[in-house]
Write a protein that binds this ligand. Structure first.
Ligand code: ZN
Length: 336
């Protein structure tokens, strides 16, 4: 173990709960916010609307690398590389977290990210019945439904590929500080590091102290967790295996590496706190990063999300108690 940072809580979801995944996540929102993320495992009765031949995708590897100026640096910067034609040597499978960081700390100068991101592609088919989980339905179940078709149609899934063991997804935050769901389709495990939104200020102060001025949202840096340990910045780990979902809270910063080649997919969504706690307005739109690889669309107009519409959404879409829960709530109230 590198540090004492704990893993985020894991929840099991069943066949009926997965049909309204947003409602399930909302129920555990306080925990989600505290840890910055949750992990969800599927009960065997959950059915996914997966395509039969999902990997027929045209992918190009992102030509970027991580590098550090000095041997002892704990923040790696991500830079464009012209080594697009250089064949990437077959890397050995990463045994565990210690193995990954040991190799990275030893590596000289630079290391290719070795990832691909394919916007507007999915492993899920939109044609199956509602008994089958389809990731495309997530934005519409979420607060974004207030923005109707104009907003929902902007939130499309993207497929992510780790092209080798030890591939790196650098530090980033979902578009406009939305929440997101990441589905691990197949391949090596992903090791995540998540920094909750309330620790962002402390991280900014720390990185500025190191004389670096960077945008945290768009994959410009990769942080050695030793830096977070040394400076008491709260973060959590997630070990994500195939068929598991990682849910990131609004404004959470996340980075990961993979133990082997893998396929995964993610999509953005919103809970009421995205507006109510000011995440929607907090994203820095003037950072000047080139986000063409990951970001698809224009900024969502936050004025669409009026308080009375948010309340209506909460009551009609998030508070759908089952008969059993209503009884237990009645019991709770009579107790008091
Ligand atoms: Zn940026």
């Amino acid at each position: 173990m590198l540090s004492t940072a704990t893993h985020v809580p894991t929840f099991q979801i069943n066949k009926s709960e997965i049909q309204n995944l947003i409602q399930f996540i909302y129920k555990y929102e306080q925990i989600l916010k505290e840890f910055g993320a949750l992990k969800i495992q599927l009960h065997v009765d959950c059915k996914l609307a997966l395509k039969k031949r999902p990997k027929n995708l045209l992918i190009s590897t992102i030509t970027k690398q991580v590098s550090k100026e000095n041997k002892d640096d704990l923040v790696y910067s991500v830079q464009q590389t012209d080594r697009s034609n250089e064949s990437i040597k077959q890397r050995a499978i990463i045994k565990d977290e210690t193995d990954f960081w040991f190799k990275l700390r030893l590596s000289k100068n630079y290391r290719q990210l070795n990832i691909s991101i394919v916007p507007n592609k999915s492993f899920f088919t939109e044609k199956k019945s509602h008994e089958y989980f389809d990731i495309h339905r997530i934005p519409k179940q979420s607060l974004l439904r207030i923005g109707e078709k104009k907003v929902i149609s902007q939130c499309v899934p993207h497929v992510k590929r780790a092209n080798s063991p030890g591939a790196i997804f650098p530090l980033s935050c979902a578009k406009q500080h939305l929440s997101s769901i990441d589905y691990h389709h197949e391949g090596g495990n992903h090791q995540w590091y998540v920094i909750p939104a309330y620790e962002r200020k402390a991280l900014e102060t720390l990185i500025k102290k190191e004389n670096l001025s960077v945008c945290f949202d768009h994959g410009n840096i990769f942080i050695d967790p030793l830096l977070l340990d040394k400076n008491h910045i709260r973060y959590h780990r997630i070990l994500q295996c195939p068929n598991e979902f990682v849910v990131l809270s609004a404004g959470t910063l996340a980075q990961s590496f993979t133990e082997d080649t893998s396929w995964s997919e993610s999509i953005d969504f919103a809970l009421p706190s995205w507006i109510e706690e000011g995440h929607a307005n907090a994203s820095d739109l003037s950072c000047g990063c080139d986000t063409s690889e990951t970001s698809l669309s224009e900024t969502i107009d936050v004025n669409l999300f009026q308080p009375e519409l948010i309340q209506k959404y909460i009551i009609s879409c998030l508070y759908n108690f089952t008969a059993e829960e209503s009884i237990s709530l009645t019991g709770l109230f009579s107790y008091f």
